[in-house]
Design a protein around this ligand. Structure first.
Ligand code: SF4
Length: 264
């Protein structure tokens, strides 16, 4: 299956969450039904948190995907929910995936911060921090219920450099470019200054797929390229959204949850 495919996964109590299979072999699963962080650009958290998912309900998303004919080569816990708000089932699900030979990564806003320290020590195939900002003000605007911006930077500046190079290279910082909000040279320069010293960590420059009714959109391609050059010139390894992420069914924050329906 070479295109993205969304799955509606029915769960106990009439809750339905979405998972998405990217045509490159990655299955993106949800860790919660809804999300307490309610980031304003994200459809997944627009109705708040309904409940945490149990381990079996995360496993079920994998089973449903396989039943529908896809063969995931890797899994990412980057769908609906903040994984660190549901740490134990998420930890167990990571172990379950690895026992099946499936590399597993996750995306987090790093909320709450003490949980992040624990997850930095776990075996994983990638730990992505959703930051989306270069200043505390913009971070508060985009992730109002997330961790304190300075405390997040301090933690990463303290704990990342002591990890092995192999582990550091598995870490990423997500920066979802939103037009008129965090795409200015000033904001990106502040980001480069704040995260200076973490150049082994890859910056993922993401773009958002429009969600009906949302005022948020990504800037045009030339502005994305400008941001890319600014960060690479500052010494960062930067990846732009791959073609799977840019497909209509692949954007960050587009999964919905429903009571009878579903990113970081
Ligand atoms: S972006 Fe991630 S943390 Fe924010 S509301 Fe959406 S699912 Fe939750």
């Amino acid at each position: 299956m070479e295109t993205n495919h969304k799955f509606a996964v029915p769960l106990a109590g009439g809750t339905v969450v979405e998972a998405v299979y990217y045509g490159n072999g990655t299955l993106c699963v949800s860790s919660q039904a809804g999300c307490a962080l309610e980031c304003p650009f994200c459809a997944s958290g627009s109705r708040g948190l309904l409940r945490n998912l149990a381990l079996e309900e995360m496993q079920r998303q994998l089973v449903v995907a396989i039943d529908q004919g896809v063969a995931p080569e890797r899994v990412t816990i980057s769908g609906i929910g903040e994984p660190l708000h549901n740490p134990e089932p998420v930890r167990q699900f990571m172990e379950y995936c690895m026992q099946r030979g499936l590399p597993v990564s996750l995306t987090t806003t790093a909320s709450p911060l003490p949980q992040l320290s624990e997850f930095l020590g776990l075996a994983h195939n990638g730990l992505m921090f959703s930051v989306h900002a270069g200043t505390a003000e913009t971070h508060r605007r985009l992730i109002p219920r997330g961790p304190d911006f300075s405390s997040l930077i301090n933690l990463l500046q303290k704990q990342v450099p002591v990890l092995s190079r192999r582990r550091r290279r598995k870490l990423g910082i997500n920066y979802l470019l939103l037009e008129g909000i965090n795409d200015s040279a000033c904001e990106l320069n502040s980001f480069a200054e704040s995260f200076h010293g973490l150049q082994d960590v890859t910056v993922h420059l993401l773009t958002c797929n429009p969600v009906s009714g949302s005022p948020y959109s990504s800037p045009p391609q030339p502005a994305i390229e400008k941001g890319y050059r600014l960060l690479t010139d500052a010494g960062f390894q930067v990846r732009r959204a791959n073609r799977w992420r840019r497909q209509a069914r692949g954007g960050c924050g587009t999964l919905f949850v429903a009571k009878s329906q579903a990113g970081c």
